[in-house]
Design a protein around this ligand. Structure first.
Ligand code: ATP
Ligand code: MG
Length: 552
């Protein structure tokens, strides 16, 4: 990871200098039980970024040892998302391809007297395990002979027992102060079809046993994971030592990424999808990589954001406004600027000739001249924003009101002469006059006005849909944690999506899905790949222009 020095990088450097490894090998190991979210982006940036720093290697490894929750759809989406973030894996691996080797390692442990088949139920195992303050108790099956264990484990594999009837446990120490070392379960029975191995297996290794073996098999040198796994490290090392693997990977933990107002657990995200709070995993409100992509966030912005959050052991909360900051930075020079009216109000310019249409020149991005200019039509009827007119304005309102003059961006000064209402007193349209002397670009200095409004030509504008978003979860700090009275679903924001109909400039006819624009005075928008059509573009609000976030 360029420009960020961190403790993991220092460890890698020392290990290389001490001659422990010829090259650094890392892996990104998602379980294909959901779509990737922005938290995973942190793990991706760290694993790929650090290996790159040392010209090393990174594998994409699907940690698919649990047949019950995994699915090909997730495998495909994860590959797409990693690539989109800008990373290329050296090898694509599936943990399930190692089931045979893992099984053999389990047999080795039995032969060494380091593992046994237990008949206790899951509940009983939990009761026997003890607590943080009390040691556990040995299972009555703990002292089975090696021969009996070998026979029972083989019969587990053959499918002679039902789910939960037996498990294989590591034989370590039921009194260990680290509960993870109190004879953890390493194999369980699950009569289920696996997305990769089909019905070949009915016993599956547990994550804590499988993961170190996967790392060892692939020659991973540094196995990077989040801090919750710190207490698992002694068992990780136990597996590597007792299974006598050739490679000796080392586990290093870093702090999880947490973001305010953002739920980041696949289980919860899946619940939002399954219970239809959102329009799929790629709903623009979701913190998934596919949701952020559809909303309009860029890989560059996500990578910069993640790098800025840094690599440390701590996992504090990061302000979601910081991600917005990085997308604004990224789009500032890249996104063309244009005008869109979100809530239209018609303005008739009464002294402008009926049939005349003139083309006005507009810069595509005043901060980036290379983006050139475009021509926009102007004629007698235009739309402005409803909020840019007030019949009875407060002090310091510099937009349009009866008798006031404002500038139309790229066009002329107009002055409000009359307000036309229907029989119910609702405003129908505004009548203005324009001053031909004030044309934009002609250097007019005769008088000044305080307000500049955006507009589109009514006859030529294209109808467009705008989708405006607020945070999906209204719980600042707690990732919507469940407590006794509430689940995170109680924090779902009922107003997280607002759909409105407006107009955009006629040159927006040719927009393509995922094109990004800055609509003058509104913010950055992305063309929605799902709902946008050539006849009616649909724009997702990525971020507004205003930022409440200040980078330290
Ligand atoms: P979740 O709890 O959201 O389901 P997970 O950790 O179970 O996530 P995995 O598929 O096992 O999901 O994760 C793949 C990798 O991504 C792991 O190494 C995991 O530690 C890392 N990861 C997941 N969430 C975060 C996060 N919020 N910050 C940093 N890394 C994360
Ligand atoms: Mg997991």
């Amino acid at each position: 990871m360029e420009n960020s020095s961190n403790f993991i990088k220092s460890i890698m450097k020392e290990d290389l200098e001490a001659g422990k490894h010829d090259k650094i090998v890392t892996r990104f190991p998602p379980e294909p039980n959901g779509y990737l979210h922005i938290g995973h982006a942190k793990s991706i940036v760290i694993n790929f970024g650090l290996a790159d720093d040392f010209n090393g290697q990174t594998n994409l490894r699907f940690d698919d040892t649990n047949p019950l929750k995994e699915d090909q759809e997730y495998v495909d989406s994860i590959k797409e998302d990693v690539k989109w973030l800008g990373y290329d894996w050296d090898e694509l691996r599936f943990a399930s391809d190692y089931f045979e080797e893992m099984y053999n390692k389990a047999v080795l442990l039995i032969k060494k007297g380091k593992a046994y088949v237990d008949d206790l139920s899951a509940d009983e195992i939990r009761q026997y395990r003890g607590t943080l303050t009390e040691p556990g108790k040995n299972s009555p099956f703990r002292n089975r002979s090696i021969e009996e264990n070998l026979d029972l484990f083989e019969r587990m594999k053959k499918g002679e027992f039902k789910n939960g009837e037996k498990v294989l446990r590591a034989k370590i120490d039921m009194a260990s102060p680290n509960i993870n070392l109190r004879d953890p379960v390493i194999y369980r029975i699950a009569h289920a079809t696996h997305h990769n191995t089909g019905d070949k297996w009915c016993i599956y290794p547990m994550y804590a046993f499988a993961h170190p073996l996967e790392d060892a098999i692939e020659g991973v040198t540094h196995s990077l994971c989040t801090v919750e796994f710190e207490d698992q490290r002694p068992f990780y090392d136990w597996v590597i030592a007792e299974c006598e693997t050739e490679n000796k990977p080392r586990q290093i933990e870093f702090g999880r990424l947490n973001i305010t107002n953002t739920v980041m657990s696949k289980r919860k995200l899946k619940q939002l999808v399954d219970e239809k709070f959102v329009d799929g995993w790629d709903d623009p409100r979701m913190p998934t990589i596919s949701g952020l992509r559809r909303r309009g966030f860029t890989p560059e912005a996500i990578r910069e954001f993640v790098k800025e959050t840094g690599v440390s052991k701590g996992s504090g909360f990061v302000d979601s406004a910081m991600l917005d900051h990085y997308v604004r930075e990224d789009l500032k020079l890249k996104a063309p600027r244009t005008m869109g009216i979100l809530r239209p109000l018609k303005v008739v310019i009464t002294n402008y000739p009926e049939d005349k249409v003139e083309m006005l020149e507009a810069e595509n991005n005043p901060e980036n001249e290379e983006m050139g200019t475009r021509q926009i039509p102007f004629s007698r009827e235009i739309y402005i924003e409803q909020e840019d007119f007030m019949e009875d304005p407060p002090k310091k309102y510099f937009r349009l009101f009866p008798g006031n003059e404002v500038r139309l961006k790229h066009a002329y000064f107009i002055k409000c002469e009359d307000v036309i209402k229907d029989e119910n007193g609702q405003i129908v349209e505004i009548h203005c006059t324009y001053d031909p002397e004030t044309k934009s670009g002609t250097g007019f200095t005769g008088r000044k006005v305080k307000g500049t409004l955006h507009w589109v030509d009514a006859k030529h504008a294209i109808p467009a849909e705008f989708r405006l978003y607020e945070p999906l979860i209204l719980d600042e700090d707690s990732d919507g944690e469940d407590d006794e009275n509430k689940t995170f679903l109680d924090y779902v924001n009922p107003n997280s999506l607002q759909i409105i109909q407006g107009f955009v400039e006629p040159n927006m006819q040719d927009v393509k899905p995922q094109d990004k624009f800055q609509f003058f005075r509104h913010g950055y928008f992305n063309v929605d790949p799902k709902y946008s059509t050539p006849d009616k573009p649909v724009f997702n609000l990525i971020v507004s222009l205003k930022s409440s976030f200040k980078l330290k």
